[in-house]
Design a protein around this ligand. Structure first.
Ligand code: SF4
Length: 95
């Protein structure tokens, strides 16, 4: 099979409709994560579900929140973590 690299110049479209949507426009939703250390029983499920967002203290296994406003590609993992937390110590607030 032969692949043809397309070298067609991309036509510049100068008739874009403008960007008058205002600076408040958001790309996707934000999710704010909060943890309740008092509830956390150190099960570590959240760390398994979202290792980039949660860690655990070495001494007692209590959760550490690494990123309270995770990037969009982490939202699913964070929701997973909240869902699997046996202590319901992870709260999510959609922004
Ligand atoms: S899953 Fe819940 S109980 Fe377990 S470490 Fe994470 S926050 Fe704590």
């Amino acid at each position: 099979m032969v692949t043809h690299p397309h070298e067609t110049p991309v036509p510049t479209d100068r008739t874009t409709e403008g960007t008058a949507k205002g600076p408040a426009e958001k790309k996707g939703a934000t999710v704010k994560v909060t943890i309740d250390e008092d509830k956390c029983c150190g099960a570590g499920s959240c760390v398994l579900a979202a290792p980039e967002i949660f860690d655990q203290r070495e001494q007692d296994g209590i959760v550490i929140l690494l990123d309270p406003e995770p990037a969009e590609d982490q939202h699913a993992a964070v929701r997973d973590a909240a869902a699997v937390c046996p202590a319901a110590a992870i709260a999510l607030a959609d922004g």
